[in-house]
Design a protein around this ligand. Structure first.
Ligand SMILES: O=P(O)(O)O[C@H]1O[C@H](CO)[C@@H](O)[C@H]1O
Ligand SMILES: O=c1cc[nH]c(=O)[nH]1
Length: 373
């Protein structure tokens, strides 16, 4: 006897049974669609020749003679690690002062990109053997702590750039996710650096090489800075995002004209006059790594940007008085913006991507415990 719809297929079937059949059918279609997606992805990967070289430019000719190359401060070397296999897919390198911030960002980005970990695994600090920096890898994103100041970030950048070169990475983007002292801006504001200037307000990173002063341009990628700014959503975000020039100093106290260091040979009046004068020239904040970060990424033709959280308005004081709970809540703000950028780029380049397929190429070297699912 025909069923309610009049066909013989569902003759005699109850609505419950029909429902179950529909669900099973849907599940079948979904899993076949997924398998098809995986197949297409695998075919594409199979057809694509692995790149012969990284896209990084201007690197030392001596690199090819280093067999192995020891990245001493990261505790890695090219003899015991297959760099193209472990790091070949890296497209974003995010850096910030502390290990904890970068570990938190790694978990955030994992969520944003819908990458999953087996519950028995945690992200591994891959630079742990070097005892200096912390480095986490989440799919195509590296999250690395750089410590404080230009010497520290410079050593790290040398080794990261060599790492990506050995891994044959293609067009990686570097972003520093920092904290900063604002000049006339509210604590809690997110600042994108338009330019990194030295203490003399010049767009250079100065290095003494073989007894001579060498200057490297510390200009930042304007397009990337503006793109990041465009990702702010003023009516939705609970914070303001601004863009302006950053002064990079070699000291947190006297270098940034603080009155609260152990030493101080100037007055409150001269401090105010100095801050006002740099403000008039478009400077909005101080940090301690921007010139080295900009210069070293520039030298390798790497696009880079700096997004920082303002933790104090230096026009109003020197000490960081916001409570720790507040600071750790604010810390998420620059991360929101950077995560939006990475997500957008990730989806753009992988519009046919499938989480599980990606996880297959996420090497277990990045994880503590079991393999990623
Ligand atoms: O919070 P991070 O990223 O370390 O950045 C800023 O904070 C440190 C000073 O407290 C300096 O490294 C400065 O650049
Ligand atoms: O005042 C500040 C705060 C953070 N980082 C700096 O370099 N200066």
């Amino acid at each position: 006897m025909p069923g309610n719809c009049g066909c013989n297929t569902c003759a005699g079937a109850s609505p419950c049974e029909l429902n179950r059949d529909v669900c099973q059918l849907k599940e079948l279609v979904r899993s076949q669609g997924k398998q098809l997606g995986q197949l297409v992805r695998h075919m594409k990967m199979g057809c694509k020749k692995p790149p012969k070289e990284s896209t990084l430019k201007g690197l030392s000719p001596c690199l090819k003679c280093l067999q192995p190359d020891v990245l001493y401060h990261l505790g890695m070397d090219t003899a015991t690690m297959d760099f193209p296999k472990v790091f070949g897919d890296v497209r974003f390198v995010c850096m910030g002062g502390t290990a904890e911030r970068m570990e938190r960002f790694a978990y955030k980005i994992m969520k944003e990109l819908s990458l999953k970990l087996n519950p028995a695994t945690t992200l591994r600090n891959m630079a742990e053997p070097g005892h200096r920096y912390a480095l986490y890898k989440v799919g195509p994103v590296l999250c690395v702590s750089h410590g404080m100041g230009c010497p520290s970030i410079s050593i790290l950048l040398h080794e990261l750039i060599k790492m990506l070169h050995h891994a044959k990475c293609q067009d990686p983007v570097f972003i520093r996710i920092g904290t900063c002292g604002g000049i006339g801006i509210e604590p809690g504001t997110v600042v994108i650096s338009s330019e990194a200037l030295d203490g003399m307000l010049n767009p250079y990173y100065e290095l003494i090489v073989q007894g001579k002063v060498v200057l490297y341009s510390s200009k930042l990628d304007q397009c990337l800075a503006n793109e990041l700014l465009s990702l702010a959503i003023p009516c939705e975000d609970e914070f303001c995002t601004i863009i302006g020039k950053t002064i990079c100093t070699n000291d947190f106290y006297e270098g940034q004209t603080r009155l609260d260091g152990a030493f101080c040979d100037y007055t409150n009046q001269s401090k105010t006059a100095y801050l006002q004068s740099v403000q008039c020239q478009g400077v909005v904040n101080f940090d301690m790594e921007s010139t080295a970060f900009a210069a070293l990424t520039n030298r390798a033709s790497i696009r880079s940007a700096i997004v920082s959280l303002c933790i104090v308005n230096r026009m109003e004081g020197d000490q960081i008085l916001s409570p720790p709970e507040c600071l750790s809540e604010w810390e998420k703000r620059p991360q929101v913006l950077v995560a939006r950028y990475i997500r957008k780029e990730f989806l753009k380049r992988d519009d046919d991507s499938d989480t599980e397929v990606y996880d297959e190429v996420c090497p277990s070297a990045c994880l503590e415990g079991d393999k990623a699912i």
